[in-house]
Design a protein around this ligand. Structure first.
Ligand code: 13P
Length: 248
């Protein structure tokens, strides 16, 4: 069985003091969680959040990682730097990074391999735009991302995929339970074919895009959906906790 994983993507929100306050509120609310609970925080919040989550079920995630071990890459952060602060997960290839920061399938692939090499669990984001969905191109886009973003990965049990349809991110327009389930089922089937023999069956696939305290139960009840990557709703302790406790 695949253990559910609920991860918050704080994006560029929460100063260090706000981060500590949010985690303080969250801790007691998620103490009985039956899933993996992760907060992916801005890099500069990592040291304080590491301390704040101590003794809780909350695990620490970052929102990006560079692919080189070290060197002349001004402004970037390496996998080993994250590791030393107890970071266990890292979001890679979020659509906002692809859209605003020149992230490509090639750099997503390189970051994914670097994260794995350092022992971090990559949460790799894939998904189609509204134009692509309406143009009937969803599977074609996913096939491209599946083919390119994971080249060279040998053990998919160490990877999490977040299926995030771009049209559902921050828009309040969620994919229906059936749409999300069907597309995630497609991703799993395709991955099994492309990466046969590499433990794809144990890889977890999250849904992301306007997932919230109200719609989480329906989404999480779908057999293909192993968790959620939560943006806006992860910034409020009560809402995020409701999602974490989807099974109660
Ligand atoms: P929202 O939950 O705010 O739509 O964001 C989803 C997301 O992009 C998570 O990575």
């Amino acid at each position: 069985m695949r253990r559910p994983i609920i991860a918050g993507n704080w994006k560029m929100n929460n100063t260090a003091s706000e981060a500590v306050e949010l985690v303080k509120q969250l801790k007691p609310l998620v103490k009985d969680a039956n899933c993996d609970v992760v907060v992916c925080v801005p890099a500069i919040d990592i040291p304080v959040v590491k301390k704040a989550i101590y003794g809780s079920k909350i695990r620490l995630g970052a929102q990006n990682v560079h692919f080189a071990e070290k060197g002349a890459y001004t402004g970037e952060i390496s996998a080993n730097m994250l590791k030393e602060y107890g970071v266990q997960y890292v979001i890679i290839g979020h659509s906002e990074r692809r859209q605003y920061f020149g992230e490509t399938d090639e750099t997503v692939n390189k970051r994914t391999l670097a994260a794995l090499a350092a022992g971090l669990t990559p949460i790799v984001c894939i998904g189609e735009s509204l134009e692509e969905r309406e143009g009937g191109l969803t599977e074609k886009v996913l096939d491209r991302q599946i083919g390119l973003d994971f080249q060279g990965v040998e053990d998919f049990s160490k990877i999490v995929i977040a299926y995030e349809p771009i049209w559902a991110i921050g828009t309040g327009r969620t994919a229906t339970d059936e749409q999300a389930n069907e597309t995630i089922g497609y991703i799993r089937k395709r991955m099994k074919r492309v990466y046969a023999g590499k433990k794809v069956g144990r890889m977890r696939i999250q849904y992301g895009g306007s997932m919230n305290a109200k719609n989480c139960k329906g989404l999480m009840a779908q057999p293909e959906i192993d968790g959620g990557l939560i943006g806006g709703a992860s910034l409020k302790a009560a809402d995020f906790a409701t999602i974490v406790n989807f099974d109660k």
